[in-house]
Design a protein. Structure first.
Lengths: 110, 110, 110, 110, 110, 110
């Protein structure tokens, strides 16, 4: 995707990054489990580098560990300049998703 | 991406909650310091209770600690039913904001 | 909240202000009555001062009068500069909400 | 704020109608004057009929009166059922727009 | 306009699909050329299958042919069920992008 | 409507134009048939002229041909400068809509 609905510094807000990271975690955990999942926690997220406007932003999610009903997903945000080949990791975070049944009770993921 | 409604469980996604929490942290730290601030990290956030549709959602942010150029803001989300007096805390998180100058370098907050 | 999705003068459009005012009136009347409410009219609203971009905007709603099934809510918009303590009232309006049943017929609010 | 769907009665909120009315007033006054205009007030608006989901909504704006620097625009909202020919006026309002110069000072419209 | 939910058949509108396809074409042509590009045409797009709500949607864009200043991008939309492994192509389209300079004049892409 | 949520060239993206064109095609075909319709294809669309920010954009849709269950809608986008009388056609496209029953099977439109 392209960055960004700008804040007043013309960078992606931390909160917008967190929302995107949660969304890809959801998709990743859904594809892994093919079950309904909800976010139960996000671990500490460091915004090491600002994500400037006028860049391409790529999010990559991977399953890191799998528990009885939980799936821990690691998410990296890469920032890529539009008119050069420069690309670097800007943010890493982990989100814990839990598979739930129709009553929102945890169910086994495997 | 998901098609098409944001959440098939009719609850607020974790990512949307994180975005709102970051936004109120930004406002809280801006009011406290009257300086430009950016989010540098969010601490672990637990989504203890789902935030169901058809509720009122209130976010309350407080400055917890102040460092040389950083402001740690605690944010609570309260969920309030629309047609009863029931209200309870659903989420707590802390966001670390840093005051920056025009070149995005940290500056003293006090 | 922060202002604004800018128009071409980099100020908050009157229409966006009206929408926010209606929303806080709805929440205010819902909390007061704990019944379903709908907007039946907005009184004259004067936009005395523009609401510039890069400011904080605060909306405060109060129940002004209560009729058999209606609740009149007064709403003020305060504009606060981000990097000074300057804050002033920019807009005042009143919205009349009516409590309704499932068939959208008025019901008593008290 | 409310979580999460905009309206639990499946109708257009009053505030959304006001925002649309302001937008068409802006376009109408711009076309009339070919000058920059801002909203200075909205007169009393009655929401006589709800605007249900699954309908077509048409807004029609007309210049009603013209002052030295002001243009009063009347706006009607018509609601049209999608699968019948039924169509009726749902809302009428008037918005006062003022032509302004670059410093937001009123200027003559004619 | 329509009031109020985007689609009363709970599927992705053709127009929303076209917008997403144009966006990935833009990113694809930007990455290929590392130059500013604009869309000059979209070829015939067939919506063979509806894209239902509650699915995952994946867009894949590839450069198909390259002219002096134009890049033709083919875009496929795949629809994947969330809770089964079923996945199929729903839409294919091609978008012609042209590299432009600051005055919006075509420039060579290679 | 006013143009635009800007891209990085401060013009309306092709994809946003396509979405608007599909929406007016839908309304046009709905009004013509008073039946549920879906988009089955868009024909080649040429973006002859950019649609710059700070303009008024008008979309006009007309039924061009009617088949057994299909309605071909032609859509023109006119761009009008806000502060002059200059107005010109920027885009033309045709969208084929098909009337469908509750099971999304084609039905006769007349």
């Amino acid at each position: 995707m392209q960055c960004c609905a700008p804040n007043h510094y013309d960078t992606l807000f931390g909160g917008a990054a967190l929302q995107l990271m949660d969304e890809v975690s959801f998709i990743c955990a859904t594809r892994f489990s093919r079950q309904k999942v909800v976010t139960v926690s996000s671990d500490r997220v460091d915004f090491k580098k600002p994500i400037p406007g006028g860049t391409l932003v790529e999010l990559i999610a991977n399953v890191e560990t799998v528990g009885k009903s939980s799936i821990v997903v690691g998410v990296d945000i890469f920032v890529e300049e539009m008119y050069t080949e420069k690309r670097e990791q800007a943010v890493h975070g982990t989100f814990t998703m839990v598979a739930v049944d129709e009553n929102k009770k945890p169910v086994a993921v495997v």
